[in-house]
Ligand binder design. Structure first.
Ligand code: FES
Length: 162
């Protein structure tokens, strides 16, 4: 992310937010729209943007970080070329998704929210894809995948690595 672009976006969003705040009076109500605008523009929220947002809204950096980490959809680093979302909800848990997550960490060094060093793949958690009958389920680049297993994951990762 270009830092000048980031600052411009933050300032413009804060300006809009201020107009809103004049009516509502609570800076926290502006935080989510600002974060959403930045992520929608750049695909992620640069860590350097967090203190600027806190300053503009006159709230603590910890509060801004807390909101970013609470919402799974906010990212603090760019997404990889491919995105694998592994379902961690109940039906998929009963069919072994936790061992798949452990495999991702132990075999491929990826915790949820992380991206491979070559930026080829980002691994994320998701909570029910509506594909419970084919648990454990995942979504790869927006497409549903059912009955995921370790071999499928290994093939996927060896296929996408650069
Ligand atoms: S619980 Fe995993 S798809 Fe529904």
């Amino acid at each position: 992310m270009n830092s000048e672009e980031t600052i411009a976006i933050i300032q413009s969003e804060c300006e809009r937010a201020r107009a809103f705040l004049d009516q509502k009076g609570n800076p926290r109500t502006a935080l989510l729209p600002i974060l959403q605008a930045i992520q929608s523009q750049f695909g992620y929220i640069d860590k350097d943007a967090l203190p600027l947002i806190a300053q503009e809204l006159n709230i603590s950096q910890a509060e801004v970080r807390g909101v970013v980490s609470f919402y799974h959809d906010f990212r603090l680093e760019p997404e990889g070329q491919h995105v694998l979302k592994l379902c961690r909800a109940e039906a998929c848990q009963s069919m072994g998704c936790e061992s798949l997550a452990t495999h991702m960490q132990e075999r491929h060094g990826l915790l949820p929210g992380q991206t491979l060093p070559d930026s080829s793949l980002t691994f994320e958690n998701v909570y029910c894809l509506g594909n419970c009958a084919l648990a454990p389920a995942a979504m790869l680049d927006g497409k549903l995948v059912g009955r995921v297993n370790k071999e499928w994951i290994d093939q996927l990762i060896s296929g996408v690595r650069r």
